[in-house]
Design a protein around this ligand. Structure first.
Ligand code: DWN
Length: 397
């Protein structure tokens, strides 16, 4: 049974960066109620009513995975490790975005699946065989027919975006070779609870996974986990290594240890999530108090990054241009537009943070190390970052 533990109020589609602010556009903007539930049967944490994926993964998809050095390095490292460990001859990536993972493979070694047509176009143009479609059993059968069993299927920050997980995992079972491996990574619910990063909930993040929930769900599609990695990426992620034929693999000790840890942390109890929701309310109050105090002093505040995550914060906390003047973002097709829901203008960063800025809210807090390195001058002249994780605070030199 699913039970709601968190209500993040009215939210827009995070990918809907607006080109023009006028009455017509504002009236047309789509909002839905973002609430999050825990399922005591599967231990899965999911949005109670996901929006239609066709409204999200359009031919105007804004996010480009290659915008951070951290992620470029992470994809390079995992591709190298996967090649060394599993020696795949045929690999497929689900949700290939702008090709940040693909680029580490030879063109004939890898197949891409990407439903956002503008992104699929990019990887097609680079010469990668790209299916511009959603990952479904139908597509998986088509791919199996054409290419036979796949040795490796990989997905990063994609599986948690898909409402029907049974369809996803059954589709994996269809096209994966009997000795093949499915590796996927997504934000980890354990890290979200620890970091109080409630902004990991938005329309696209339909689920946030634990090892307990994923082990249960995979079994229904005859898939098994034999290894995991806990990662620092995106504020704390989990990578699952999954196979069909468990007799061919040794289940790593760390899988058993993490299961025990999750039980100890009570990730299988509703009350854990309820307590988290109280911390979220407190975080909202503290962030608003801080921003208002800073504003009263006449200081200039911007947002560093117009991330999808930050849309949850701005809309849940009701933060608009009265508190945050503008956001900067390195993604070209977000620049010159406005953030969904709260309509904060997005600018190009033009190098470093401008001299007249006193505070920068970390819309891209998951890249804080990379950002601090880039923005040394801002910190040196007394500029401060504002972060809401793990608690509302200022970050200086
Ligand atoms: O799962 C998803 C994640 C992986 O990416 C998607 N559903 C959509 C997207 O979510 P996000 O926008 O919250 O992800 P990021 O990668 O945390 O967004 C950071 C934003 O900040 C990007 O738009 C790029 C920008 N940025 C910047 O302007 N300067 C990032 C860095 C590191 C910078 O220095």
């Amino acid at each position: 049974m699913k039970k709601i533990f968190l209500n993040l109020l009215k939210q827009p589609i995070t990918n809907s960066y607006l080109s023009k602010i006028n009455n017509r556009v504002i009236k047309k903007e789509f909002f839905y109620n973002l609430s999050v539930a825990y399922d005591n049967k599967t231990h899965l944490v999911s949005l109670s009513k996901p929006v239609n994926p066709k409204m999200q993964f359009t031919d105007k998809y804004a996010h480009r995975a290659s915008q951070s050095i951290t992620m470029l390095k992470s994809f390079k490292k995992i591709s190298k490790n996967l090649k060394k460990r599993f020696k795949p001859k045929k690999t497929l990536e689900i949700g290939s975005n702008d090709g940040v993972f693909l680029k580490n493979f030879k063109k004939k070694e890898i197949i891409a699946v990407e439903p956002c047509l503008n992104l699929a176009k990019i990887t097609k143009k680079k010469g990668y065989l790209t299916y511009p479609e959603f990952w479904t059993k139908k597509l998986s059968k088509k791919i199996f027919k054409k290419h036979n069993g796949l040795d490796l299927i990989y997905a990063a920050n994609t599986i948690c975006h898909i409402p029907n997980l049974r369809e996803v995992f059954d589709a994996i079972s269809i096209s994966l070779d009997k000795n093949g491996v499915f590796v996927f990574e997504d934000p980890y619910i354990g890290a979200v609870l620890k970091m109080n990063s409630y902004d990991q909930f938005y329309d696209e993040h339909v689920h946030l996974f634990s090892l307990l929930s994923i082990s249960k769900l995979l079994k229904d599609s005859n898939l098994r986990i034999f290894d995991i990695d806990l990662l620092d990426t995106h504020g704390g992620s989990i990578r699952f290594y999954v196979c069909k034929n468990i007799s061919k693999f040794t289940v790593k000790e760390k899988v058993k240890l993490l299961k025990k840890k999750e039980i100890k942390q009570e990730l299988n109890k509703f009350k854990t999530y309820k307590k988290f929701s109280l911390r979220v309310k407190k975080s909202k109050k503290e962030l608003l108090t801080l921003l208002k105090k800073i504003k009263l002093k006449g200081k200039k505040v911007i947002s560093y990054g117009a991330s999808y995550k930050s849309a949850t914060i701005f809309n849940y906390c009701n933060i608009g241009t009265e508190l945050i003047e503008y956001a900067t973002d390195t993604t070209k097709n977000k620049q010159g537009k406005f953030t969904p829901g709260k309509h904060i203008p997005i600018r190009s960063p033009n190098g470093e943070i401008e001299d007249n800025v006193d505070y920068a809210f970390l819309g891209a807090w998951n890249f804080v190390k990379e950002i601090k390195k880039k923005e040394k001058n801002f910190l040196k002249r007394g500029g401060k970052f504002i972060s809401h994780v793990p608690n509302v605070k200022l970050i200086g030199l």
